[in-house]
Ligand binder design. Structure first.
Ligand code: ADP
Length: 821
């Protein structure tokens, strides 16, 4: 039996192996057992009842609530060479009669029906005369009032089953796992000693990224611009928001569609079809879109607003990457989303009991967004899966973007809100912090506060974003206030705010990074997907039903030109090979001729690429500091600093000592390979260093294997940034120049040099910098004259022309000042 099942999997579907749970479910059904299978969206449920349908004698009836999905499923099956049909209200009476005739003539192995049809006596009488092997109930949660899509007609299913001459195997499938729903399915659908399978809800290929930022629109546009050739869905909470995003995309000439309940059925259908048929890649929609979409190649889903519950969220992101290929799910969150959802709950239902459930679910969703631990783990825990490891595929695990310490700026904002006494709106707080002379600010005497104008270095928009981000992270709170012109939000403090103010907690934000589209789609992929589209149009089916993206990608990267090579690719079964194989092989062969591609050379190239990658990796020379040895070396340095009355870093820099500590040079000769040590320094300090290293190595039994650096770039403790980058990052975190100079052991003058370069490039600074402390007025005048004479880039000439006591740092400070004032 196992062989037969695998054979079907290969022959019809072209898949080489089962996904998690599928094989056990199929085996159970084939042993005649009733089944409840709970699998995540995109987990591969259909195959679990379709394969038994093909193995068992008789007909399988699939009950499905989703009319649009039925047609797609049947089209897919027919494309694979399986006889299937569907019956629902979309059929004309002629088509309906033809299908009934077909059933009488035993033409179909699988029949999809809408639950309402089960009540038709005509249908029941025909079915009664046939051998029915399996009743598969898809979306079985529709039987339960506790589920989110309750359907009255599902309650008729047991009656229908009882009326059949022989009771077939009853199999039920859903992605909704709550205990109430599970209990209702088992009881109300009258399953007999069912086997329950819960395959695990994890969808490993989905990257879960939650971004707390008020710059949603900017993020969205940038992301879409970078991913516009891939299929993606943008979900928004309201129709109005959908329209706004849609217009925004069109303005930027990004081709997109919209979908929401305010549109006519016909327009919605047209847009849905265009999306499914790959005519347009992007659709902006409310949550009305998606039920009944099983397009497998959706590469990204963006939630422009936070959904109402984790169930909704997981179901909606589940629409990405059904084909198992890597896909990205991004949730853009601002606290305003909570208010929108609360409003929707209030408007959506009268029932207090229902409202309470919805509010609870909303709270759990909000907690997820604010959580600092693995998002996937938290979601799966919510669905009852415990004891999991961190996933390493969500934004919390991967910690993408650089962490920037914003405690100081957060303290400024919080202390301003505190000093303003009453709760004010965002604009007023921004005005005070940026020192606005606005009438209201002056009337309220906010210009007398010590926090007035302390965040001038932020732009208006930048500061608004920053404060909103503080709110999204829970460091401040938004309160809705009722006024004469409706409700308005104000910002107030909470218990977290006072902790930040006291320095008990740090405020660290991650810089938001947007990944560029990097999937390996080459020119041949484009040619093959054009061919796929031509075939799809001719056969009136969706392109993915010919072959999925991942199948085309494999073809485009491996150039199969023989039957066995093509059949080896996942997604190419015997039937599809017979239908489309030759067309694809011809296209691939043509491409190879046009581009002079020699397959035998490809393997060679592949291994060359691998070698190159290896080489590239080896361009770096990585060293990890041995902290204990480093401490000992610092003592040696300290001794010389005292003897020579020089600052420590002038003897040897911190990084030189760290490099030595991690490489263990055992003789003086080897010090020539260490950065920052010239012959003079080696002469002076070499012996002492080597003595300490040797002693340490011996005492600690270290097995030293010396490696030459050979001009490779040194990476110390995984730090690949240049000193300049580190310095600017620290300054951006609010750390002052002197501290940065001490920390990095880089002179103040060099740091001012970095700032100088930065400001020339960007024209603004995002940290506080006071140039006037580096010169006195007379010096400034002299420096300015010299700059005017030589030009600000001729630093050496300027320095030479000035008296000796004027330092480089003073010159740089005058240059910087010119840019910031
Ligand atoms: P759902 O559980 O949401 O109903 P589907 O049955 O629509 O999921 O399956 C999702 C996608 O996964 C489909 O494109 C299907 O062809 C594909 N799929 C299912 N099983 C396998 C498998 N064993 N190997 C590869 N792809 C599979």
């Amino acid at each position: 039996m196992k062989e037969k099942v695998l054979n079907i999997l290969q022959k019809y579907y072209g898949y080489k192996s089962f996904r998690k749970g599928q094989e056990n479910i199929i085996t159970s059904i084939l042993q005649g057992e009733d089944v409840l299978a709970i699998m995540p969206t995109g987990g591969g449920k259909s195959l679990c009842y379709q394969i038994p349908a093909l193995c068992l004698d008789g007909i399988t009836i699939v009950i499905s609530p989703l009319i649009s999905l039925m047609k797609d499923q049947v089209d897919s099956l027919v494309t694979m060479g399986i006889n299937a049909c569907y019956i629902n209200s979309s059929l004309s009476s002629e088509d309906y009669n033809n299908i009934l005739q077909g059933i009488i003539n035993d033409e179909y192995k699988i029949i999809y029906v809408a639950p309402e049809r089960l009540e038709s006596d005509e249908f029941l009488n025909i079915i009664k005369s046939k051998e029915i092997s399996q009743i598969a109930i898809d979306e079985a949660h529709c039987i339960s009032q506790w589920g989110h899509d309750f359907r009255v007609s599902y309650k008729k299913i047991p009656y229908f089953i009882n009326n059949l001459t022989t009771r077939p195997i009853v199999t039920t499938f859903t992605a909704t796992a709550s205990t109430e729903v599970r209990r209702d399915i088992l009881n109300m659908l009258c399953l007999i000693e069912p086997k329950v399978f819960i395959t695990g809800f994890d969808r490993e290929n989905l990257y879960i990224n939650i971004v707390k930022s008020s710059a949603k629109n900017k993020y969205l546009l940038e992301y879409v611009e970078n991913h516009k050739t891939e299929n993606g869905i943008i979900y928004a909470a309201t129709r109005k928001e959908v329209e706004k995003i849609y217009e925004g995309l069109l303005k930027r000439e990004i081709n997109a569609l919209k979908y929401h309940a305010g549109m006519s059925n016909e327009d919605r259908k047209i847009n849905q079809d265009k999306f499914i048929n790959d005519e347009v890649n992007i659709i902006v929609a409310t949550n009305a879109f998606g039920m009944g979409i099983d397009k497998p190649d959706i590469r990204w889903v963006i939630h422009y607003n936070m959904p109402q519950s984790i169930e909704n969220y997981y179901q909606e992101i589940g629409r990405a990457g059904r084909d198992g290929e890597k896909s990205e799910c991004i949730l853009l969150f601002t606290p305003g989303d909570i208010h929108t959802q609360k409003y929707l709950i209030e408007m959506g239902t009268e029932s207090m009991a229902r409202k309470t459930i919805q509010y609870n679910k909303l709270q759990q969703m909000t907690d997820l967004v604010y959580s600092n631990s693995c998002y996937r783990k938290s979601i799966l825990q919510y669905f009852g899966e415990i004891g999991l490891d961190d996933c390493k595929n969500c934004s919390n695990c991967l910690n993408e973007g650089e962490v920037i310490d914003k405690t100081l700026d957060a303290q400024k904002v919080i202390s301003c809100v505190y000093r303003m006494k009453k709760s004010y709106g965002l604009t007023m707080i921004v005005d005070v912090l940026r020192g606005s002379k606005n009438k209201k600010v002056l009337e309220l005497e906010f210009n007398k506060l010590s926090t007035y104008g302390i965040m001038k270095d932020y732009t208006n928009e930048g500061l608004k974003n920053f404060i909103n981000t503080l709110v999204s992270h829970g460091f401040l709170e938004i309160k809705e206030n009722l006024g004469s012109r409706g409700s308005f939000p104000t910002i107030s403090l909470n218990s977290q705010s006072s902790k930040v103010l006291k320095g008990e907690i740090k405020v660290q934000f991650k810089e938001v990074k947007i990944a560029k589209e990097v999937r390996n789609k080459n020119e041949l992929f484009g040619i093959l997907s054009d061919l796929r589209k031509t075939i799809a149009v001719k056969e009136k089916i969706a392109p993915y039903m010919v072959f999925g993206d991942s199948t085309l990608l494999s073809m485009a990267n491996t150039y199969p030109t023989h039957e066995d090579e093509l059949l080896n690719i996942s997604g190419v079964g015997q039937i599809k090979y017979e239908k489309y194989g030759q067309d694809f092989i011809s296209a691939i062969e043509q491409y190879m001729v046009d581009n002079k591609i020699d397959k035998s050379k490809l393997e060679e190239d592949k291994s060359n690429v691998l070698n190159e990658k290896e080489d590239a990796k080896q361009d770096f020379f990585e060293v990890t500091t041995d902290q204990n040895l480093y401490e000992q070396l610092k003592k040696v340095r300290g001794k010389y600093a005292r003897i020579e009355s020089l600052p420590h870093h002038m003897i040897m820099t911190k990084n030189t000592l760290k490099e030595i500590s991690g490489r263990y040079p055992l003789d003086v000769e080897k010090l020539n390979d260490v950065a920052g040590l010239g012959p003079k320094k080696i002469d002076k300090y070499g012996e002492s260093i080597i003595e300490v290293v040797n002693k340490y190595v011996e005492e600690n039994n270290i097995d030293v294997e010396w490696k030459e650096k050979k001009k490779k770039k040194l990476i110390l403790d995984g730090e690949s940034r240049k000193p300049k980058e580190i310095a600017l990052d620290l300054l951006n975190q609010g750390i002052d120049v002197k501290t940065v100079s001490n920390k990095l052991e880089v002179s103040v003058s060099s740091i001012l040099g970095y700032i100088c370069e930065y400001i020339k490039d960007k024209n603004e600074l995002h940290f506080k910098f006071n140039p006037t402390i580096y010169y006195c007025d007379d010096e400034k005048e002299l420096i300015q004259k010299s700059i005017n004479k030589f030009g600000e880039d001729k630093l050496k000439d300027i320095k030479k022309s000035l008296p000796d006591y004027i330092k480089y740092e003073s010159i740089r400070a005058v240059i910087i000042e010119k840019y910031i004032s």
